[in-house]
Design a protein around this ligand. Structure first.
Ligand code: NAD
Ligand code: LMR
Length: 328
């Protein structure tokens, strides 16, 4: 039984990278796991291990009261030992003009061996978040090798969810904190479906006040292509916002989602909403007693179903590609 004094063992891969440089410090500040001390396990490839040691030195120099220990390693068995929470960030980002699916073969290779190392070493009820792209299919590969229960392996669509809330808050002249019941369906890719049908402002339905042409022609493409827009403008892939969304995801997983609301999480489909079983798709999810549950009973019209089919078809084809490459 955990108490506030029991450290949570947290593995972060890609610890020398851009996202980790923000993520580690947010975790250390208590933003993901509250007042529980954190035993960090930072996993890198051998070439970047020294740089990860430098990041660990900075983490230590920050004198965060909640940092219990920091282990830096390039050995996956050591990296995942006893892990309660795993952030799989270590993977190549895309560059200008690339799609995330262009990373499928190169990055996919990372996740089979890491799944096996998690199976050998992590806590049996470990909670895993895949951030490295293409996140959904990497999570499917990892899941096939880790032998964990449905829902223990997730991929990140929380950044898309947060981007959607930010766009909607601007459009409605309000703050993101007053908006709830947003859903991102499907793949963390340009086929994703940010769906405002159930959106509420201060608990009241608000979708009717958004013009359909704005939703279809501005909002959905803007959110779905925001990652590419950041790469274009910033010159490299989103990092601090990705870290912040990863913190939000793990925070809600450990602490629960607010009453009446839900968030977007990609996990192994159980066939809900017609998304074929086994695909790692984003759904509206609530965190109940430390487990994600897909929100059931939402009514979908033909237009919504069509968009969900499109993004699910893309996930199925990504899975075919990695299956043919022998990664599943
Ligand atoms: P980065 O290149 O700055 O850092 C990646 C780090 O991962 C590097 O230090 C590299 O050495 C390390 N790495 C590579 N293979 C590894 C392995 N097998 N084990 C451990 N570490 C390994 O990249 P970044 O900007 O931090 O982005 C990381 C990934 O996150 C990219 O794939 C990017 O596309 C993805 N991303 C996803 C989202 C999302 O919403 N799901 C958002 C932003 C970025
Ligand atoms: C994002 O959405 O910002 C990340 O997935 C990075 C990318 O490649 O777009």
């Amino acid at each position: 039984m955990s108490t506030a004094a029991t450290p949570v063992t947290v593995t972060v891969t890609g610890a020398a990278g851009q996202i980790a440089y923000s993520l580690l410090f947010r975790i250390a500040a208590g933003d993901a796991f509250g007042d529980r001390p954190v035993a960090f396990r930072l996993l890198e490839i051998p070439d970047a291990r020294r740089a990860a040691e430098g990041v660990a030195m900075e983490l230590s120099d920050s004198a965060f009261p909640l940092v219990d220990s920091i282990t830096v390693t390039d050995d996956p068995d050591e990296g995942f030992a006893g892990a309660d929470a795993v952030f799989l960030v270590g993977a190549k980002p895309r560059g200008k003009g690339e799609e995330r699916s262009d990373l499928l073969i190169g990055n996919g290779k990372i996740f089979g061996p890491q799944g096996q190392a998690i199976a050998r070493n992590a806590s049996p009820d470990v909670r895993v978040l895949v951030v490295g792209n293409p996140a959904n299919t990497n999570a499917a590969i990892l899941d096939a090798h880790a032998g964990l229960a449905a829902g223990q392996v997730t991929a990140m669509t929380r950044l898309d969810h947060n981007r959607a809330l930010a766009q909607l808050a601007e459009k409605l002249g309000t703050s993101t904190t007053r908006l709830t019941n947003m859903t991102v369906w499907g793949n963390h890719s340009s086929t994703q479906f940010p769906d405002v049908a159930e959106l509420r402002l201060d608990g009241e339905p608000v979708a009717g006040s958004l013009e359909q042409t704005w939703v279809d022609e501005d909002f959905i493409p803007r959110v779905a292509q925001r990652g590419g827009e950041i790469i274009e403008v910033r010159g490299s892939s989103s990092a601090a916002s990705a870290a912040s969304s990863a913190v939000d995801h793990m925070h809600d997983w450990f602490n629960g989602t607010p009453q009446g609301d839900w968030v977007s999480v990609a996990l192994r489909s159980d066939g809900s909403y017609g998304i074929p079983e086994g695909l790692f798709a984003s759904f509206p999810c609530r965190s109940v007693d430390g487990r994600w549950e897909i929100v059931q009973g939402l009514e979908l019209d033909e237009r919504q179903q069509e968009r969900i089919r499109t993004t699910a078809d893309e996930l199925a084809s990504e899975l075919d590609t990695v299956r043919e490459a022998g990664m599943l």
